[in-house]
Design a protein around this ligand. Structure first.
Ligand code: ATP
Ligand code: MG
Length: 428
């Protein structure tokens, strides 16, 4: 290596997903796909970059995300683009752009892909991370809220994750929230000086998020602050009551959490988070969501209610490992191994491999190995049921040796019959 060679590493907050971890990712993708299909959600993929204005408009300029967490850049043409920090804004932009409101409503969509936030990396917190998300657009009925929470709960329980809690709250709507907000400000007004610096800013820009503060010195003030649920308008109150009744009907356990407000500005009414057993892992939510009935109108679409949620993939995968959840390994498990000895056999084996693969029986092989011993050792290790051995003599005679690995019994079979013979034996 030249002396000046630079060793590159992943940028801060970015990470590789190595082959040994893929089985967890694949399992999660499969569970998400299956549940999505069962509940009637169709997949949507939006681009990872959007017009920067999309996020500043919808997430609220004073939200943590827009304020300090976006990757924003200018294109050579002078446009300002932002790597998406979350999935909802892009999906709703697509809903409006492609006139998806003409499709039968509620429209149920789901996505799975990378998000980008300029955060301080720590356990369970990255700058590029994956989310799966579900959105139900065009329906305000509280049954939607309850069923979506159930979908999320099911994803984690289907994965075999134990010790889940659902936290739920209602943060009202544009009718009742302003009143609550000024009540909250009144409560905090003569306590502001004692708050952390983030909270002093929140007091001015986004008082609801005072309830979300994790700083030690703000906890006491928080605990005596007025609760959103005590100040809901009739519509929001009835809506929340129905959501809870539906959850009771589904026998889905939940905790009412008066401090749950969510980091994003666009939520209305129901908000929820799903938490793992805090003793076991990083203390952070696995997934979160809520209703956002004003969102589409803010984006210039026709007023359309919607409900959605997103789950973090890395945190879930991490928990699957901590809880030692067994998952099948990704990829196919070959039942046959193809062994070759000598040049002509190697050539013939290449072609034979293709025939078997086309028949849906892709064998394992070690074409670059020369000795039969080395190849048998690999076959043993993989645990294939049958090895097919092709030497110079066999190629000349148009035969191949079939070896049953468990017994070591070998038979000579004509090459043209080998595929059917293998199929017959695998069936047994
Ligand atoms: P947090 O409280 O951890 O900051 P958040 O409120 O920012 O979460 P959402 O925007 O609701 O989270 O995103 C939904 C889920 O995405 C989270 O529950 C979490 O599992 C995951 N998530 C959010 N930010 C990150 C990140 N930086 N790295 C990894 N996962 C993340
Ligand atoms: Mg966050």
């Amino acid at each position: 290596m030249p002396k000046t060679a630079q060793i590159f590493q992943t940028p801060k907050g970015f990470h590789d997903i190595l082959p040994q971890d893929q089985k967890y990712w694949e399992r999660l993708r499969k569970v998400v796909r299956t549940l999505a299909a069962e509940y009637g959600f169709k997949r949507i993929d939006s681009p990872i970059a959007e017009d920067s204005g999309l996020f500043s408009k919808t997430l609220g300029l004073s939200s943590d995300i827009v304020e300090k967490q976006t990757f924003t850049f200018k294109t050579k043409g002078g446009d300002s683009l932002t790597l998406r920090p979350e999935g909802t804004a892009g999906v709703m932009r697509a809903y409006i752009e492609h006139g998806l409101s003409v499709m039968p409503q509620p429209l149920k969509l789901f996505y799975f892909g990378p998000m980008f936030r300029y955060e301080q990396p720590q356990s369970g917190r990255y700058r590029q991370f994956y989310q799966f998300g579900f959105e139900v657009i065009g329906e305000s009925d509280p049954v939607i809220d309850a069923q979506l929470i159930k979908v999320f709960y099911n994803i984690y329980s289907e994965l075999g994750i134990k010790g889940l809690t659902v936290q739920i709250n209602s943060i009202g709507c544009k009718v009742c929230r302003p009143g609550y907000r000024s009540l909250l400000k009144d409560y905090y007004r003569n306590r502001v000086k004692k708050l952390c610096s983030d909270c002093r800013r929140r007091f001015k820009e986004n008082p609801l998020r005072l309830l979300d503060c994790k700083d030690e010195k703000c906890q006491l003030f928080k605990s005596q602050a007025p609760h959103t649920v005590d100040h809901l308008c009739k519509e929001c109150h009835d809506h929340f009551k129905s959501v809870l009744e539906f959850l009771d009907e589904l026998e889905l356990p939940y905790n009412l959490n008066p401090f749950l407000v969510r980091g994003l500005d666009y939520y209305t009414k129901t908000v929820f988070e799903i938490w793992p057993d805090s003793a076991q892992t990083q203390v952070a939510a696995l997934g979160a969501g809520g209703r956002f009935d004003d969102f589409i109108e803010v984006l210039g679409g026709k007023s359309t209610p919607a409900m959605g949620a997103a789950g973090g993939v890395e945190r879930t995968v991490n928990l699957m490992k901590v809880q030692e959840i067994k998952v099948p390994s990704a990829g196919i498990r070959p039942k046959i191994f193809l062994i070759q000895l000598g040049d002509r056999a190697k050539k013939k084996s290449l072609v034979l491999f293709e025939e078997f693969r086309k028949a849906g029986l892709a064998p394992a092989e070690a074409f670059s190995k020369q000795s039969i011993k080395a190849q048998l050792r690999i076959a043993d290790k993989i645990g294939t049921q049958i090895s097919l051995i092709l030497g110079q003599k066999e190629v000349m005679d148009g035969n191949i040796i079939l070896r049953e690995m468990s017994s070591g019994v070998q038979e000579i079979i004509p090459l043209e019959k080998i595929l059917n013979e293998v199929k017959k034996r695998l069936k047994k």
